[in-house]
Design a protein around this ligand. Structure first.
Ligand code: AMP
Ligand code: GLY
Length: 423
């Protein structure tokens, strides 16, 4: 069987690694792979948002299953494109339709969906250019902090939280009137500020049946103690200790089941991952956001914990037999420390040689921004590597990752030394 993975970061490296270890004989193709992925897969050079080129790739390599990593091709409709094409009818896709992808592609759509299916989330109101004055009145009537969200995708930068009402209005003006995020900020959702600890919930859905994957927690800020700028994610941990059975039951009954019910009631074509960003507000879980894909850097700790053959899991998704699968998880702790380029998430330089990878023991290294240059592995992105380890305790797992990080070097190597500090 031939499988094509769309995407080329550490999340996709984790997918490829997990499928590489399947007992099935799978030929893995990955789009524009980094230095780590290319060791275990065949490379296809293709612009993942150019669907005609993706189609050519699928035909050339007789692809049977396409697994889509990042959100943008999904929001652009790659899943429908493949499924509606006469010549690609036999190809299975793990990734929701364009309509399903609006759960991530439009905050307003997601909020309306949650309201309709009584899924707990922050209260909100949505505004556009023509209702700018109402939005200003709404801000002045409410108390800080103000949470402003660009409706569309904005590479993780579309959420602005400020305390000062004047600053909130300034940001609103930039988004609604001056197209700060282009089309993505033609609408803005203003919502209630929620306070609590965040966690990531992952659900695999075959369109009829669903399975809950291991919970994880990610660390988004660049600085220790969760300070400084937001990044794509500087580390992650699974399992999440504060999640007790009671909270898990609440999440399942109040959030996951109504989400699945909503997708089915709306007749939304959805086969793939649902990533629910949650916040625990005094024991009451609420949805911060939906994503229509797996999380990065969470995938790097979630997938190693799944004991099942991952390819079988994907296949059961494509033939709607997920209900027959008995999911089993490793109860050990998995930790992921991200090594980033100096300067990230702002400007950074690339092309630095990475040394010491061969000396790593007892950790899995997933590559993100790496490239091969004259047989050397060099940095080629903001987030460079994920160093993943396991242990009977979180501390043991973290120690392994940090010990191995000492052996890996490249100019500007940056990482957080406090992953897991709050657990
Ligand atoms: P999002 O892109 O919606 O996940 O938002 C990015 C981050 O902003 C989240 O991970 C939260 O830390 C924060 N955030 C989003 N919405 C809220 C909210 N209503 N209250 C508090 N923090 C929020
Ligand atoms: N870890 C958050 C994300 O993947 O969006």
């Amino acid at each position: 069987m031939n499988l094509l993975i769309i995407g080329s970061g550490a999340r996709e490296h984790s997918f490829a690694w997990k499928i590489f270890n399947s007992k099935h004989n799978i030929k893995i193709f990955v789009t524009n792979p980094n230095a780590g992925i290319s060791k275990i897969s065949f490379c296809v050079d293709v612009d993942i948002n150019d669907f005609v080129s993706v189609k050519k790739t699928i035909i050339t390599h007789s692809i049977d299953i396409v697994l889509i990593g990042p959100e943008i091709p999904l929001i652009n409709g790659i899943s429908d494109f493949i499924q509606n094409d006469e010549t690609l009818k036999h190809v299975s896709v793990i990734g929701p339709s364009q309509r399903g992808s609006m759960l991530e592609g439009s905050k307003e759509f997601a909020k309306n969906f949650m309201a309709k299916y009584s899924i707990p989330t922050a209260s909100y109101k949505s505004f556009s250019k023509s209702t700018f004055d109402q939005a200003v009145r709404f801000i002045n009537k409410n108390t800080p902090p103000y949470v402003l969200k660009a409706d569309g995708p904005a590479a993780g930068k579309g959420v602005i939280i400020v305390n000062d009402p004047d600053e909130a209005v300034k940001n609103l003006e930039a988004m609604l009137l001056n197209s700060k995020f282009g089309k993505s900020s033609e609408k803005v959702v203003i919502e209630e500020f929620l306070s609590g600890i965040e966690m990531s919930c992952f659900v695999l859905f075959d369109g009829k049946n669903y399975k809950i994957l291991p919970y994880a927690k990610d660390y988004k800020r660049i600085g220790e103690g969760d300070t400084g700028l937001n990044t794509g994610g500087m580390g992650s941990i699974s399992p999440v200790d504060f999640l007790d059975e009671n909270l898990k039951t609440n999440i399942k009954e109040q959030i996951i089941e109504p989400t699945i019910h909503g997708l089915m009631s709306e007749k939304i074509n959805y086969v793939g991952f649902i990533f629910i960003g949650l916040i625990n507000v005094d024991g009451q879980p609420k949805v911060i956001e939906y994503n229509v894909r797996m999380g990065d850097p969470e995938t790097q700790v979630v997938l190693p914990r799944i004991k099942n053959d991952f390819m079988e899991l994907l296949i059961s998704c494509t033939n709607q037999t997920l209900d027959k699968v008995n999911l089993e998880f490793d109860s050990d702790y998995y930790t992921n420390i991200v090594l980033a380029s100096g300067g990230y998430p702002e400007d950074y330089k690339k092309g630095f040689k990475i040394s010491g990878l061969n000396e790593v023991k007892d950790s899995i290294i997933f590559h993100a921004g790496t490239n091969l240059n004259n047989n050397n592995i060099v940095t080629s992105g903001g987030r460079v590597l994920s160093v993943v380890s396991s242990g009977k305790t979180m501390k043991e797992a973290l120690e392994k990752s940090y010990n191995n990080i000492d052996k890996i070097n490249f100019e500007g190597k940056t990482f957080r030394k406090d992953i897991g500090f709050d657990l």
